[in-house]
Design a protein around this ligand. Structure first.
Ligand SMILES: Nc1nc2c(ncn2[C@@H]2O[C@H](COP(=O)(O)OP(=O)(O)OP(=O)(O)O)[C@@H](O)[C@H]2O)c(=O)[nH]1
Ligand SMILES: [Mg+2]
Length: 213
């Protein structure tokens, strides 16, 4: 097992703490200046970033702040804290969504990559991958970017409820193999379903390890 019962309990407690929306940012000038560690959720559009934040925090509508329902278009900041731990997390706009113009996508990308490379308190970035899909070129480019700036990143498979139980292990092993030469990748791959609440306790425990005591 990846996390001890104690770690799991610390994670559970953090996520039963207060959780609030802080702000949406379109530019880097307006980022929150809280003195807290931060983790960010990133990946293709529709991969399940906002849903995962909602499931982790047990709040159905926390991370739905886009004009078009279900589509995140800004950097959305949330704060979670209890008496002993506190952390910011960020719901980032997804990449590769065909219905968004190329120009708009380029603008977002610039802002997001600037955020990722300049944010001092960013402890890890979660790269979400749909368990039914293969890694895309765009995913690969993002990974190269994280590695080029030496940023710790963490791989999360999403929507495993859509994959047969027998295929989950195969998919995980395959993904591990594809990513085996990546240097700044956290070695454990998280397997999750927001829909069926799978893998959330481990992920909460991991996230809590970045929270300030
Ligand atoms: N079956 C299943 N569907 C999911 C799961 N997580 C998310 N979805 C669905 O996938 C769609 C996209 O989810 P979002 O959480 O909005 O995805 P996102 O990555 O935030 O998308 P953008 O904001 O556009 O980048 C929604 O219809 C969700 O209901 C899951 O664990 N299982
Ligand atoms: Mg979203």
């Amino acid at each position: 097992m990846e996390f001890s019962n104690e770690d799991i309990e610390i994670g559970r407690k953090l996520f039963t703490g207060k959780c609030e929306f802080i702000k949406s940012c379109l530019s880097l000038e307006t980022l929150p200046r809280e003195n807290l560690s931060e983790v960010a959720f990133f990946g293709r559009s529709n991969v399940g970033k906002s849903s995962l934040i909602n499931s982790l925090t047990n709040k159905k509508k926390l991370a739905k702040f886009s004009k078009t329902p279900g589509r995140t278009r800004q950097l959305n900041f949330f704060k979670i804290h209890n008496n002993s731990h506190g952390l910011l997390f960020v719901d980032l706009p997804g990449y590769g969504f065909a219905r968004v113009s190329k120009l708009e996508q380029r603008e977002w990308k610039k802002t997001i990559l600037n955020y990722i490379s300049s944010r001092q308190n960013l402890r890890t970035i979660f790269l979400l991958l749909d368990a039914r899909r293969e890694l895309t070129q765009e995913d690969d480019k993002m990974i190269n970017f994280f590695e080029s700036i030496g940023l710790s990143w963490t791989c999360v498979l999403t929507k495993v409820d859509k994959v047969k139980k027998s295929e989950i292990l195969t998919k995980t092993t395959k993904t591990k193999n594809i990513l085996k030469d990546r240097v700044t990748l956290y070695p454990h791959i998280f397997i999750t379903s927001s829909e069926k609440k799978i893998g959330l306790s481990d992920l909460r425990a991991y996230i809590a390890s970045f929270a300030k005591t």
